[in-house]
Design a protein around this ligand. Structure first.
Ligand code: SF4
Ligand code: SF4
Length: 354
């Protein structure tokens, strides 16, 4: 074990299988290289690759997120103990290198942007602007670029030219159409799934952060939620046993510092400024399209639609449970969902205009 190098081909969260893709492209070379070196390769359990690498393979299931920076967990995983760690971080004892560096040995990095069909390749040392340019993303509507697990770096639009090293396979672009409360809730949820559960401050702190944000994006946020999030971060940073949850605390602080007002609007104004959180959407019937056929009223189990034949129907927002049935039932496309900008509709049914 002392001189062995562990090569990681497991994708974090399975979002960006960059190394596995490269392994598929260079398989024969990789098998020969593994045979010649003192290495073990962390590979997905159900992969045909496990057979090709024989005893050089360490098959694993699930994601490998929490193995980063946690050598005790790596040791356990190599002994076939699965993904639950039983000890405290012992960083530096076992070299864990990314499959991509082991395979290609270059100072470039392959990066997969959420939603892209193909990964992009860049020098490891670069800037957020160069990443966005390589991906063909314009910066006009940009809120932030997030470099994913295990790097967990959020780069806001004002810091695009700062030098950085890419240390992740996955990135996500957030624009004005993306809600940062929702973004943070998704990030926290990923972290919580990766946490091993052996450290109260890390695991419980992560759970609390995810729960608070889930409430906020589902219109159940309460006054004081943001202060609670801020209080949790230094506690997690100082007392969590590994970098996983410290990294989460850092991302939470970054997002609160830059987008705190947007998140607060979900609580104090009952609004999602980006118009992305479904719980804050409302349903409306467009006067220009409604023929007064009544199909929406028949579909609504909440009795939230007012109207009669040949009258433009109207939705009572207080009674609407946002079930979407009227939108599906309307043959005219007259029912629409709206975020922060609401269409003008009459307060009660009026005769149809066409
Ligand atoms: S979304 Fe559902 S509850 Fe609301 S008006 Fe339409 S059918 Fe009724
Ligand atoms: S909104 Fe659609 S389904 Fe409802 S009455 Fe108007 S045309 Fe018919």
């Amino acid at each position: 074990m002392e001189h062995m190098t562990i090569v990681n081909f497991m994708p974090a969260y399975a979002q960006a299988p960059v190394s596995l893709r490269l392994l598929g492209e260079h398989l024969d070379d990789a098998v020969a290289k593994a045979e010649a070196e003192d290495v073990r390769l962390l590979l997905p359990q159900d992969s045909r690759l496990v057979e090709r690498f024989g005893d050089k393979a360490a098959p694993m299931d699930g994601s490998i997120g929490f193995l980063y920076n946690n050598n005790t967990a790596v040791e356990g995983a190599l002994k076939g103990q699965g993904l639950v760690s039983t000890g405290i971080v012992d960083s530096g004892a076992i070299p864990l290198v990314s499959g991509e560096s082991w395979l290609l040995g270059t100072d470039s990095k392959t990066l997969w942007l959420e939603g892209a069909e193909m990964p992009i390749r860049l020098p490891t040392r670069t800037t957020a602007r160069a990443i966005l340019q390589a991906a063909g993303v314009t910066t006009d509507d940009l809120k932030a670029l997030y470099l994913g697990f295990p790097q967990n770096m959020l780069i806001t639009a004002d810091k695009l030219d700062r030098p950085l090293f890419i240390r992740t396979d996955y990135a996500r672009v957030y624009t004005v159409d993306n809600c940062m409360a929702r973004a943070l809730q998704e990030i926290a949820s990923h972290f919580h799934r990766e946490a091993c559960g052996h450290c109260v401050y890390g695991y419980e702190g992560g759970f609390q952060i995810e729960s608070i944000l889930t409430d906020i994006v589902n219109k159940r946020g309460a006054a004081g939620d943001l202060a609670l999030l801020r209080d949790l971060c230094p506690m997690m940073s100082g007392r969590a046993l590994c970098n996983l949850d410290r990294a989460l605390a850092h991302v939470v602080t970054e997002i609160l510092d830059h987008f705190g007002d947007e998140i607060e609007a979900h609580i104090s104004k009952r609004q999602c400024p980006a118009g992305e959180c479904r719980a804050f959407m409302t349903y409306h019937i467009l006067v220009s399209r409604c023929t007064g056929c009544g199909a929406c009223m028949d579909a609504c189990d909440d009795g939230a639609i007012m109207g009669k034949a040949k009258f433009v129907h109207v939705i009572d927002q207080r009674a609407c449970s946002q079930c979407n049935r009227c939108l599906e039932a309307c043959p005219e496309g007259a029912v629409v969902m709206a975020g922060i900008k609401k269409p003008k509709t009459p307060p009660r049914p009026i005769p149809v205009r066409r």
